[in-house]
Write a protein of this length. Structure first.
Length: 181
């Protein structure tokens, strides 16, 4: 199936003033209601990483779990979950970060990596980059490396992808939305 950025973008619904006034939330749930569009997303990411040296898929809570599970299955790689605090059992590491509208914490289980792994981090979008940066710090604390951070959407006006690239975290997204789109 041929990737069509227009189809993907047309199925992302803007929700103004959510979760607070002044924020336009990019809702990907309509995208997941389209089997064709979801296949485009999954197939595009699978093709990008099928011959890469990644050893693990790191899916970020919660929308990153949707595409992360598909990629882990299709690429036959272990899936590691990066979750909000208090959602993972056992011994965990946590990192505090800022989002575009709040402060949050992210956790990963301490035994997720043994050291030396190449991790593909996945989420639905890159906004301020805080969540991805927190996940990357956790990956590094456990002795692994971030191969790339991938998302369906980039919101470049919020500066996250630039901040991540400045921190030597390669990024990849399927589409981008400017502030006026």
């Amino acid at each position: 199936m041929i990737f069509d950025e227009y189809t993907i973008k047309s199925l992302v619904r803007p929700v103004p003033d959510f979760p607070k006034p002044g924020v336009t939330f990019r809702d990907i749930t309509p995208l997941y209601r389209s089997p064709r569009a979801m296949r485009m997303v999954a197939d595009s990411l699978i093709q990008r990483y099928v011959e890469s040296p990644i050893t693990h898929i790191g899916a970020i809570d919660a929308r990153g779990f949707l595409v992360g599970a598909v990629l882990a299955y299709e690429l036959n790689k272990p899936l590691v979950l990066f979750r909000k605090v208090g959602k993972l059992p056992g011994d965990t590491l946590k990192d505090v970060y800022k989002t575009e509208y709040s402060e949050a914490e992210l956790e990963v289980q301490r035994d997720a990596f043994q050291g030396g792994e190449q991790v593909l981090l996945l989420d639905d979008l890159i906004a301020t980059g805080g969540t991805f940066m927190a996940a990357a710090r956790l990956v590094h604390q456990l002795g692994a490396s971030v191969y790339e951070a991938a998302a369906i959407i980039d919101l470049p006006d919020l500066g996250g992808s630039r901040k991540m690239q400045d921190a030597d975290i390669p990024t990849y997204t399927l589409c981008a939305f400017g502030i006026d789109e």
